[in-house]
Design a protein around this ligand. Structure first.
Ligand code: SF4
Length: 398
């Protein structure tokens, strides 16, 4: 089995520096529902622009790159031990390249591991399957939105929730209402009904791997999802809690069997920075979030900017050298003039040297400014701001 470490690194880069198409579309639709010029409209607009600029620069869309949650479905042609090594290695590589912020903190000592690797970090869930091939899904779950997640044990008299669908509905509304803007709204709400405390929360997170525009295969849950997506907007919390017509992008509900004594409802809140990506290997074909990956092309732009920077550096060095030479020759002339302490010729020479010095210094300044301008131009060229939708549909390359 060949190492998938570089492919997982690319999955992390891609996931950290952008949003899936369905999420971007949902944000754009939410923006278009708002009044242009309103706070809600410009907040959505900034979110979208932020994602596009981050995609172009391969930089994280948010400073919190979150908890890394990997779901790995592997066929008989893959070894889970090797996959774990590759994923952990790729996480370390991604942290070095600043695709990820160092986010793994020892809960007892408070020490940051510095590479996102620690006890239980990253989280990797393995699922063996009979067919060959590999699918790795990645979710990056921000801390702020994780903090506003909630678990309810029904019945819960404080919100009037019994052990039925209406009780589930009340739990979801209560969680979103309490979150206000703190989870970086608009949120997408993953819900796990049933299970035990752990698996109920797991179910709620797994729901967040679904597309925003999909439909629940269970008609009862599909109807509840639709109804809640509609009614939660009435809370008016809006993007980042600034008020507006969109408080949630969607609600996704899954249910598990439970023991008769327990009825848990777990709510996981995903912020607007809804980062999820998928790597799939089928035979010799590799897909990143549904798009075929193509081999890397020579990075001409990078090479060109490197050459330009080198040229600028050389020009600056030459200018400094010349200026130094002129300075030293001036010194000599001045000494000669002092020793001889006479003659118009010497005075003339000194005068002409001073003029030469002035001219050379002027030329040096000119060249060094030109060199600096060249360098600045190079930097700008390396990170152009793209047109809005183009960046979101760009094919990923290794
Ligand atoms: S909750 Fe999401 S958007 Fe807000 S800071 Fe955390 S990762 Fe970023």
């Amino acid at each position: 089995m060949a190492s998938v470490r570089p492919l997982v690194l690319e999955l992390i880069r891609h996931t950290s520096s952008g949003l899936p198409e369905d999420v971007l579309d949902a944000l754009a639709r939410a923006r278009d529902r708002e009044e242009p010029g309103s706070r809600a409209y410009s907040t959505f607009e900034r979110m979208i622009q932020n994602v596009e600029a981050a995609r172009e620069a391969s930089a994280p869309i948010c400073q919190d790159t979150g908890t890394l949650i990997f779901y790995v479905d592997y066929g008989p042609d893959y070894s889970p031990h090797q996959l774990e090594r590759d994923i952990v290695g790729a996480v370390r590589d991604a942290t070095k390249k600043a695709y990820l912020r160092p986010n793994a903190v020892d809960s007892i000592t408070g020490e940051n591991s510095g590479d996102n690797v620690g006890v239980g970090s990253p989280y990797i869930h393995f699922h063996p399957r009979r067919t060959k091939g590999l699918r790795i899904r990645l979710m990056m779950k921000g801390g702020g939105c994780e903090n506003v997640g909630a678990q309810y044990s029904l019945p819960d008299t404080s919100i009037g929730a019994g052990r039925d669908l209406d009780g589930v509905r009340r739990c979801i509304i209560d969680a979103v209402q309490k979150a206000q803007g703190y989870g970086c709204a608009p949120g997408t709400i993953g819900v796990g009904v049933g299970g035990d405390r752990v698996t109920s929360y797991m179910e709620s997170k797994e729901q967040l791997f679904r597309r925003i525009d999909d439909k629940n295969p269970d008609p009862t849950l599909a109807a509840l999802e639709e109804e809640l997506t509609e009614s939660l907007q009435q809370l008016g919390i809006g993007p980042m809690g600034f008020g507006g017509k969109t408080t949630v992008l969607g609600v996704k509900i899954g249910a598990r069997h439970r023991v008769p004594a327990s009825f848990f409802v777990s709510v996981s809140y995903m912020c607007w920075a809804y980062r999820r990506g998928e790597l799939e290997i089928k035979g010799d074909k590799v897909y990143l979030s549904g798009r075929r990956m193509i081999p890397a092309e020579p990075r001409r732009r990078t090479a060109a900017s490197t050459t330009a920077a080198r040229t600028a550096k050389k020009a600056a060095a030459r200018a400094t050298k010349k200026s130094a030479r002129v300075g030293s020759s001036t010194k000599k002339s001045k000494g000669a003039a002092a020793n001889k302490a006479k003659g118009t010729a010497a005075a003339k020479k000194a005068k002409s040297t001073a003029a030469a010095k002035k001219a050379a210094a002027k030329s040096a300044t000119k060249k060094s400014t030109a060199a600096k301008k060249g360098a600045a131009k190079t930097r700008l060229k390396a990170a152009p701001i793209p047109s809005r939708r183009a960046s979101a549909t760009k094919l990923p390359v290794l």
